[in-house]
Design a protein around this ligand. Structure first.
Ligand code: ACO
Length: 435
């Protein structure tokens, strides 16, 4: 079998089993190229084999561009560095969902829609009591998001633009309330109602931290730090949770069902759950390992399953640009708040040692978004088990935008990969007494 790519005629020619098949090449707006294999199986009987989909383009998308070798991330063409510095999470969410930055009037209308929907139905609040106090907030958040589909049965049709629009606002508006209630329930405190004169990040902090007994003034440094974290997490093209959102949505499951599944996918420690795993790892190094160097030896040992959490990425083979922003922000936030810098110092020491170690260098393993985010969350007083829920709050506009884009894509089909079967060939059933 041979595969020749002819750049000039924009085709790849596959020679297999004495047959020749011309496969079109397609090119994205940033010059990345792909072989379109949609006709492959019909014409040759062959499928491709690509565990983890590292070489598979599952869709065509206008939303996010990543150049993993150069450490570039852009939402709708805008560099992440500019958005983190100059935008707000609400404005960035509008951009991701609609493709353009909003005018002042459009942004006001968008924010009004979101604040209008922040309340949870009172009966949803009773759901929490069914969970053990020790329940992980990601499990609770996913369950409650899925349950929104039982409360908003008037807006479940993925093919109806108006229903999708109102569900978009509901998801963005209610997720902070849902996640904050999950946290409050886990510590036995009363739930807080959203306060709609606060902005998005302020409201999250109010619902997480205020109690009915004392006045709580949102610290603007905290609120801006949360807003930047949300911007940095807002969208990241076809990662595990976004692909889950699309996969579930591809069956025309409703948007709440799809988002509930995406939250579950994000929870895993190899994906968004890494932010919790990193801070646990740093504490473990501080308490038990003695030095970062000894810990790194374990990460490199093939007989040890320990990984350096917050390091490595499927796409970034250079610095994750979000990690660079967060490293600087962590330093600034800790100093501004006068908090202990011990975790940051351990993280910086581990990073420096890893980047000087052939194991990590040769595999192009750099810090990812999760390496420094937990240090900021911890400094802000966010409980460790709630870190990944904050990631979900940030990622919601990205999930929704990708789900909506798929819904409008004429080429979209139900997600249904093939497999290479390696099990038994046909055999005859033997009744149990003859086995
Ligand atoms: N620590 C130690 N070794 C690692 C690490 C790590 N964090 N990451 C990858 N490697 C090694 C692997 O053991 C493998 O080595 P080998 O070639 O000798 O077998 C090589 O690097 C390639 O690793 P893969 O697992 O094939 O890389 P993949 O692209 O499949 O995985 C992933 C990417 C899951 C992010 C991985 O780097 C990892 O587990 N990192 C730690 C968890 C983490 O931080 N996840 C968050 C990612 S960002 C996000 O999802 C929001």
């Amino acid at each position: 079998m041979t595969l020749d790519v002819d750049v000039l005629s924009d085709v790849a020619t596959l020679n297999v089993d004495g047959r020749e098949l011309e496969l079109p090449l397609i090119e994205g707006s940033e010059g990345e190229r792909a072989i379109d294999i949609q006709r492959l199986r019909a014409e040759t009987g062959l499928v491709t084999y690509d565990p983890g989909y590292g070489n598979t383009g599952s869709c065509i998308s206008d939303i996010t561009f990543i150049d993993g070798d150069a450490g570039v991330l852009r939402y709708r063409g805008y560099p992440i560095e500019q958005l983190a510095q100059q935008s707000t999470f609400m404005e960035t969410s509008y951009l991701i969902l609609n493709g353009e930055l909003p005018t002042q009037a459009q942004l006001s209308e968008f924010k009004d829609q979101i604040t209008y929907h922040t309340l949870l139905h009172e009966d949803i609040r009773h759901m929490y009591r069914a969970f053990p106090l020790s329940a992980h907030p990601m499990a609770v958040t996913s369950a409650v998001v899925g349950a929104l589909s039982t409360f908003y049965q008037d807006s479940l049709d993925p093919l109806d633009d108006d229903q999708v629009e109102v569900s978009t606002y509901r998801l963005l508006a209610k997720l902070p309330t849902i996640a904050a209630c999950a946290h409050k329930y886990s510590i036995g405190q009363p739930f807080n109602y959203p306060q709609n004169d606060l902005d998005y990040a302020e409201n999250i902090l109010h619902m997480m931290f205020s109690t009915p007994t004392e006045a709580y003034d949102v610290n603007p440094t905290f609120a801006r730090a949360i807003d930047v974290l949300l911007i940095l997490h807002a969208e990241h093209e076809q990662n595990c949770s976004t692909s889950t959102m699309r996969m579930v949505g591809s069956s025309q499951a409703n948007i709440y069902a799809s988002a509930s599944a995406a939250i579950m996918a994000l929870w895993g420690p190899l994906h968004g759950g890494a932010n919790q795993a990193v801070i646990e790892m740093l504490h473990d190094v501080a308490d038990n390992e003695g030095s970062g160097k000894a810990f790194l030896e374990r990460c490199k040992d093939r007989d040890d399953t320990t990984r350096l959490m917050g390091f490595g990425h499927r796409v970034y083979k250079n610095f994750d640009p979000r990690a660079l922003i967060l490293k600087e922000a962590a330093d600034g936030v800790l100093r501004e708040l006068g908090r202990s810098t011990q975790m940051l110092e351990i993280a910086q020491e581990i990073e420096a040692q890893a980047l000087d170690d052939d194991y990590f260098v040769s595999r192009k393993l750099y810090p990812n978004v999760d390496f420094y985010s937990g240090i900021i969350y911890e400094a802000l007083g966010i409980p460790i088990h709630t870190f990944t829920a904050f990631f979900a709050l940030g990622r919601m506009p990205g999930w929704i935008a990708q789900w909506r884009e798929q819904g409008k894509d004429p080429a979209a089909r139900i997600g249904r990969p093939r497999q290479i079967y390696t099990g038994e060939n046909e055999r005859q059933f033997q009744p149990i007494e003859q086995r």
